[in-house]
Design a protein around this ligand. Structure first.
Ligand SMILES: Cc1cc2nc3c(=O)[nH]c(=O)nc-3n(C[C@H](O)[C@H](O)[C@H](O)COP(=O)(O)O)c2cc1C
Length: 194
């Protein structure tokens, strides 16, 4: 009985490690829509991230059909402003091919330490979210870029730029292709002290 429990634990740990290792940033998605409940379930899990003083500094903006259209037009406008019309059309077309968008924000604070710690917690929440989605077979890409600093983006969300900062714009959907990634050897990043 005890041996079975130990074997089960090893299997669970292997599976957990494989999930963490196997999650990839997905850039190309199938057009299949994602059930909104899957995303809401992922958000429910995301908020269990470690969070100093339990400030719960995050907010999740889940874009519906109209908001996604507005988002595409904003991507077109902002890209045209910072680059050119050709690039703007390309970016807008690519954005229409993304099945789902979720924006994660963090409450701003004038206290530098609190701000840093709250942002760190939001990043942990992002990882929780992406791992949960990965387990559900849903790929995602955490993106930032010029749009997350633009007031028009906050207006589109109905958010106050003075109160919140964007941690990431999460694009999600079933993956069309899954890229390959690598990391340095563990020996290169660990210093074991006596
Ligand atoms: C804070 C943050 C911002 C990111 N912004 C972008 C982005 O704007 N565009 C992009 O293609 N990927 C972005 N990524 C994804 C990284 O490029 C990706 O995690 C990295 O290439 C490693 O790939 P992996 O997630 O598959 O391990 C971002 C990731 C983080 C953590």
């Amino acid at each position: 009985m005890k041996m079975t429990a130990a074997k089960d634990l090893r299997q669970d740990l292997r599976r957990l490690a494989e999930r963490i290792r196997g999650r990839r940033t997905i850039k190309l998605f199938l057009q299949t829509p994602i059930d909104r409940q899957v995303i809401l379930d992922a958000i429910e899990v995301a908020r269990w991230a470690p969070n100093h003083h339990v400030t719960e500094p995050w907010h999740f903006y889940l874009l519906g059909e109209n908001a996604m259209k507005a988002n595409v037009e904003l991507i077109r406008q902002i890209t045209a402003d910072v680059k050119d019309v050709k690039r703007a059309d390309f970016k807008a077309k690519a954005a229409t091919e993304i099945p789902g968008w979720l924006v994660v924000t963090c409450r701003r604070s004038e206290d530098e330490v609190l701000q840093r710690e709250d942002y760190a917690s939001c990043c942990c929440a992002m990882q929780n979210l992406m791992l949960y989605l990965s387990e559900a077979g849903v790929g995602s890409k955490w993106a930032t870029g010029a749009i997350v600093e633009d007031k028009r983006f906050f207006d589109m969300l109905g958010a106050d730029q003075e109160q919140e900062l964007v941690v990431g714009v999460l694009r999600y959907g079933y993956p069309k292709t899954i890229p390959i990634q690598s990391r340095k050897d563990v020996g290169d990043i660990v210093t074991e002290l006596e």
